[in-house]
Design a protein around this ligand. Structure first.
Ligand SMILES: N[C@@H](CCC(=O)N[C@@H](CS)C(=O)NCC(=O)O)C(=O)O
Length: 206
């Protein structure tokens, strides 16, 4: 199995950490969609990270689809999505809000880093940031007051844990001035605990 893309992409990183938690070995190619466009295009002409190549050569793109494949090929007791319908719905809900926060962070980064300053549109940036804060407000209220030692679905780290922690870290790294961790103490503490795990350390963002 091959994973192509940089760890500074939260989408690549959530797949890399999930592979680690699932105990699946993989080759990682650290190719950037921006700095190595041609090299990336030689692997996948669509130039999307993550790009994943399964053992039979099938190419998958989109982190959630890759994770769906990885979960399905893993033994039931190791899977990262709950099997129970209600639990699964809860997990999908949390992942959805986390991915919305991720998308809004990414849009903000693209607007500021890729667009010339005179072409940046302040109302658009404000809209994105309002949406980011709304997603964080929701996630903070969902995870506040949970047991400090456990994870969102019990003792075992699951996909909502991984995605939530990866997204928070990415946002804090890319836009450190934007969100004060003191406003979201549960998310900040959750991220800190997750980042101390070996699977997170093995996939460093920087
Ligand atoms: N929904 C996709 C988003 C992936 C994504 O947007 N990746 C970025 C890198 S972080 C990318 O490939 N950007 C280059 C582009 O879209 O042209 C996923 O979950 O994999």
């Amino acid at each position: 199995m091959q994973l192509i893309g940089m760890m500074d992409s939260p989408y690549v990183r959530r797949v890399a950490i999930s592979l680690g938690v699932l105990g699946l070995p993989f080759d990682h190619q650290s190719v950037s969609v921006f700095r190595h466009f041609d090299a990336f295009a030689a692997i996948n002409p669509v130039v999307k990270a993550p790009t994943f190549i399964a053992d039979d050569g099938t190419m998958l793109i989109d982190s959630s689809l890759i994770l769906d494949y990885l979960d399905q090929r893993s033994p039931p007791d190791r899977r990262l999505m709950p099997a129970d319908t209600r639990e699964r719905m809860k997990a999908l809900s949390l992942i959805g809000f986390a991915l919305a926060a991720c998308e809004k962070t990414m849009q903000n980064v693209y607007e500021v880093n890729l667009r010339p300053a005179e072409r940046q549109h302040q109302p658009w940036i404000e809209r994105i940031q309002t949406q980011l804060f709304a997603a964080y407000d929701h996630l903070e209220s969902e995870i506040a007051g949970r047991e400090e030692n456990g994870w969102l679905f019990g003792d075992r780290l699951m996909q909502p844990d991984i995605t939530l922690a990866v997204v928070w870290r990415f946002q804090q790294f890319m836009l450190p001035e934007l969100v004060d961790p003191a406003r979201y103490p549960a998310l900040a503490a959750f991220s800190e605990r997750a980042e101390a795990l070996p699977e997170f350390i093995a996939a460093p963002l920087e």
